[in-house]
Write a protein that binds this ligand. Structure first.
Ligand code: ASP
Length: 476
């Protein structure tokens, strides 16, 4: 009986997939949006939703469902073009639902995390190792980006006509980014600004660094006070933490549909011709990010003795969410869930390393900035000597640390890198058209780096990492 049902299910999925493919072929092949195209488009959308609903009913794992949403969303985006934006609100609603838990989650988990580290010595040790891992990876990531851009030279020989077209089309957007970056405070001010003069305002403005500072400070002080007296406080924040995690578990069930909507609207808005003219640049950046992607499980294998592919599998849902939302912060609840449930890192470590990582550790962004700075310099024919390249390593690291975990922050902070080495800011116009797609790739690497750091630090603290995936669990 069960087998029969499964066969029927498979056949249905096959029919839906075939119908979706023919719908896509039909819609793509039609020159003008006549009634046949409309029918084909409607057919395709219906099939996509049917496949998603079907995978949900079949209780396929969340990653498989999100992946289905991603692929179907890409097809729908190609077929519908900019019209696909109508379903974007589904994705936006999901992002808002996840963002809704971020502040209470960060606050509660950091406070409890720091307090449960027990003593300041342990906090210092864990903090030191975490920052060391972040920094070493930063240098590796920018170095890799510079190496690839210098050897593969994506920016030399870009036709003048393409340059002119890109500058005309995206000049305004580039100007706006540069103007926004002008308003960024200097390093000293950034450091002082980490201290919130009003924690309520910090929460209201969602200023992550200030929230992190306040929660950690409170956590430290809890360890200094009488344990018994502090017990209710800890129990309260632990409960808040549990509630937030439960909300994430519920909300993540919507992820496949949200990813479908988000990807469809991005792909729909994205002109394929822009991609073609910047193909070499995109290929070098994405290639570099993929090398970075392959290096994380290797580092975790080496430093935390955790199986290479199991790491991949465990963090895949977080990577997919990072990819579709382009926001490390919005992905944080899912990365915490993956690190704890799928990799087996203790809550003590995840609640310390991951919020910090989502805010200051962005290796993917740093690699992207390295490649992009060299790319723009090559297009303008500006030679970059060793000194300039070292400056890029330093400024890209600082700029990525300072970048918030939100969409398009990497390109905003790129202004700092370009200015430091004297590369014209108008160059940003060249890459604005493909910015979003690269943001998706670099964000998923940013969060991979955070989870890798959590795994390595946990292992070094004597934790034996073991996946704790429940049967039919929500995350995997
Ligand atoms: N979107 C990235 C993140 O949230 C930051 C960036 O723009 O590079 O990690």
């Amino acid at each position: 009986m069960k087998k029969k049902k499964r066969d029927l299910g498979r056949r249905l999925a096959g029919v839906a997939a075939a119908a979706a493919l023919s719908g896509a072929a039909l819609a793509l092949g039609m020159p003008a949006p006549g009634p046949a195209v409309k029918i084909a488009q409607a057919l395709l959308l219906a099939c996509a939703v049917a496949v998603l609903a079907f995978t949900t009913l079949r209780k396929s794992g969340i990653p498989a469902r999100i992946l289905a949403g991603l692929l179907l969303g890409a097809v729908a985006g190609l077929v519908y073009g900019p019209e696909a934006a109508v379903i974007k609100p589904v994705g936006t609603a999901f992002i808002r639902l996840i963002k809704m838990v971020i502040i209470p989650l960060i606050f509660a988990s950091l406070l409890v995390g720091v307090a449960s580290l027990g003593d300041l010595k342990k906090l210092g040790r864990v903090g030191g190792k975490t920052i060391a891992f972040f920094l070493v990876y930063y240098v590796f990531a920018v170095g890799l980006g510079l190496f690839l851009a210098n050897t593969l030279k994506p920016g030399s020989n870009m036709p003048e006509s393409v340059q002119a077209r890109l500058k005309a089309e995206y000049g305004e957007a580039a100007g706006a980014q540069a103007a926004r970056a002008e308003k960024q405070p200097g390093l000293g001010e950034v450091l002082v600004n980490i201290i919130p003069d009003n924690p309520a305002q910090a929460i209201g403005r969602a200023d992550m660094l200030q929230i992190i500072f306040f929660a950690m400070f409170m956590g430290v002080v809890v360890t200094l006070l009488d344990r018994k007296k502090m017990q209710p406080v800890l129990a309260f924040f632990e409960a808040v933490n549990d509630i937030m995690i439960k909300i994430v578990e519920i909300v993540i069930r919507l992820a496949p549909y949200a990813v479908f909507a988000l990807i469809a609207s991005v792909v729909g808005a994205f002109g394929a011709d822009i991609l073609m003219s910047l193909l070499r640049y995109c290929a070098v950046t994405i290639g570099g990010l993929l090398v970075l992607a392959a290096s994380y499980p290797a580092a975790v294998r080496l430093l935390a003795r955790y199986p290479y592919f199991k790491f991949w599998k465990g963090i895949f849902p977080a990577q997919l969410i990072g990819f579709s939302t382009s926001s490390s912060s919005a992905t944080l609840p899912v990365s915490m869930e993956c690190a704890e449930e799928n990799i087996g890192v203790s809550r003590e470590i995840t609640s310390f390393v991951l919020p910090l990582g989502a805010t200051i550790n962005m290796n993917g962004t740093a690699l992207y900035q390295g490649v992009t700075a060299v790319f723009i310099a090559q297009v303008y024919g500006i030679p970059l000597g060793l000194g300039a390249q070292l400056t890029i390593v330093l400024t890209a690291t600082l700029a990525s640390i300072g970048a918030a975990g939100a969409p398009a922050m990497g390109v905003l902070m790129l202004v700092i890198v370009l200015r430091q080495v004297g590369i014209p800011l108008e160059g940003i116009a060249l890459i604005m058209g493909v910015e979003r797609i690269l943001d998706m790739f670099r964000t998923s690497m940013n969060i991979t780096g955070d989870i890798a750091a959590a795994a390595v630090v946990a292992h070094s603290e004597g934790e034996r990492l073991k996946p704790k995936i429940k049967e039919g669990g929500v995350v995997a």
